[in-house]
Design a protein around this ligand. Structure first.
Ligand SMILES: Cc1cc2nc3c(=O)[nH]c(=O)nc-3n(C[C@H](O)[C@H](O)[C@H](O)COP(=O)(O)OP(=O)(O)OC[C@H]3O[C@@H](n4cnc5c(N)ncnc54)[C@H](O)[C@@H]3O)c2cc1C
Length: 432
């Protein structure tokens, strides 16, 4: 796997509060649970375990929030890519409604944690808007909103005029607003979780890559790059799009695709007021979707799919900068302050996956680019499962580690699909 794109060029690294110290692990230790990966999933698991008096040691190759958790768009979006009715059909009478209830509350978990632990996280909870770029996308959006409304969620369909008022341009046919959602400064939130986990009693070690995982008797031994080991009753792998070869074939169960983002220089008041004046974020219905919002420093930021390889030069972001100026001509000449990107873990069935391939080993992977809310809640659920042993504490049942056939080729197919989908998106948008 190539070296991941660094965190520093991001808007979030430039504007987050300082990180709590997370010194590397230099001496071998014994604990109840060893967690690999300090993103939202790993840190939330550690925090909730520690709050229950269960000893947790987190190993992070770089620093907390180095992965998707410190680089994302900061959109806190409840739900999964599937609609509630679909989830109930897919997961059956017992699991289905529980899963819908779980995913409907994931955004609540983020604000509960921010409030409970007094985290220094710039955030706004004014809703998330999903906009239809074509007439064909309106039906699914209306159905999605109706299904959530039926379950009591504060959501609403916006017509073309209302969408234009909310978003600030007239290219969408309609949209729905989900008022459970909102925005956070994602790295500040990851750092807030790390601080809360440490305060609750968990140990978090940065600059500590786990290099091997081995079962010895009833225990797990996790070896790290400097040689120190963690002996634990249980292990949680929470490495998501940054998964390496710790567990056989795990990396081949996902496509680690890049999402790229840009942020402008701080905008003038007039321009700022003309874009998403209600403070929401938007994702649009394109197959290769765009997402954008303003941040707490008055910058406009926009993200979309990137190249499969790590970005190298400014031209790698040119396609999303062109889209930005096409949607909001007032941003021409605004100047780009930050360009960055990160990896999202895509699964073949478009669902997040949990695996339990050996006793005491739990794996959480594949959040399909929508993990701020999901992984915060998943960490809490994994901690409950570990503490209680109740399989229903996990929102989805663990499945077999099932690698994508011809994984290397899948990346090529994926790139071909991206090109084809971009063409279809342009065609649909022109026809709307
Ligand atoms: C550019 C971008 C934009 C996104 N926008 C949004 C958005 O707006 N809203 C949303 O909900 N989601 C968004 N996502 C997705 C979201 O960021 C992720 O779903 C979420 O952060 C995943 O959290 P995680 O804890 O599972 O994994 P990560 O945050 O990716 O953490 C995995 C960690 O594991 C560490 N690691 C890997 N291997 C090892 C090892 N061997 N030893 C030790 N540590 C290891 C990595 O260094 C990394 O820090 C976006 C993602 C990206 C990349």
């Amino acid at each position: 796997m190539s070296e991941p794109f660094p965190l520093e060029p991001s808007l979030w690294a430039a504007t987050a509060p300082a990180a709590v110290p997370t010194p590397p692990l230099l001496e071998s230790v014994t604990t109840d649970v060893c967690i690999v990966g300090a993103g939202y999933a790993g840190l939330s698991t550690a925090l909730h375990l520690a709050e229950r008096g269960i000893k947790a040691v987190v190993l992070e190759a770089k620093e907390p929030g180095f992965g998707g958790s410190g680089r994302n768009g900061g959109q806190v979006i409840p739900g999964l890519k599937f609609d509630p009715d679909e989830l109930e059909t897919m997961f059956g009478k017992e699991r289905g409604p529980r899963l819908v209830d779980f995913v409907g509350r994931t955004a609540d978990v983020v604000w509960e944690l921010i409030d409970k632990h007094g985290m220094d996280v710039p955030n706004t909870r004014n809703g998330w808007i999903q906009s239809a770029i074509s007439n064909a996308a309106v039906g699914p959006i209306e159905s999605r909103a109706a299904q959530w409304q039926k379950r009591g969620a504060p959501v609403q369909v916006l017509d073309r005029r209302e969408t234009a008022q909310h978003v600030g341009h007239e290219q969408y046919v309609a949209s729905w607003i989900d008022r459970r959602g909102g925005v956070v400064q994602p790295l500040a939130y990851a750092r807030g979780l790390a601080k809360a986990a440490i305060a609750a009693g968990a140990a978090v070690h940065g600059d500590t890559q786990a290099t091997a995982l081995e079962r010895k008797g009833s225990q797990w031994i996790v070896t790290t790059a400097r040689g120190a080991t963690v002996t634990a009753d249980r292990v949680v792998l929470a490495t998501n799009g940054y998964t390496g070869d710790l567990w056989p074939h795990l990396r081949q169960t996902i496509i680690a695709a890049n999402s790229f983002q840009v942020a402008t220089k701080p905008l003038s008041d007039n321009v700022r007021k003309s874009i998403l004046p209600g403070g929401q974020s938007t994702s649009d219905s394109r197959r290769i979707g765009l997402y954008y919002r303003l941040d707490h420093t008055g910058r406009f930021l926009l993200g979309g799919r990137g190249t499969m390889r790590e970005p190298r030069r400014a031209e790698d972001w040119a396609h999303i900068e062109t889209m930005m100026e096409k949607m909001f001509p007032q941003l021409k000449g605004a100047g780009i302050d930050f360009r960055w990107g990160g990896r999202v873990a895509l699964t073949r069935d478009h669902l997040p996956h949990l695996h339990e391939p050996a006793p005491g080993l739990l794996i959480d992977i594949g959040c399909m680019g929508r993990g701020v809310a999901l992984q915060s809640a998943m960490g809490r659920a994994m901690a409950t499962y570990i503490a209680s042993g109740d399989p229903l504490a996990l929102p989805i049942p663990p499945s077999k580690v099932s690698p994508l056939p011809f994984h290397g080729l899948n990346k090529l197919y994926f790139q071909a699909f991206v090109t084809w989908y971009r063409f279809l998106d342009r065609r649909d948008a022109d026809a709307a």
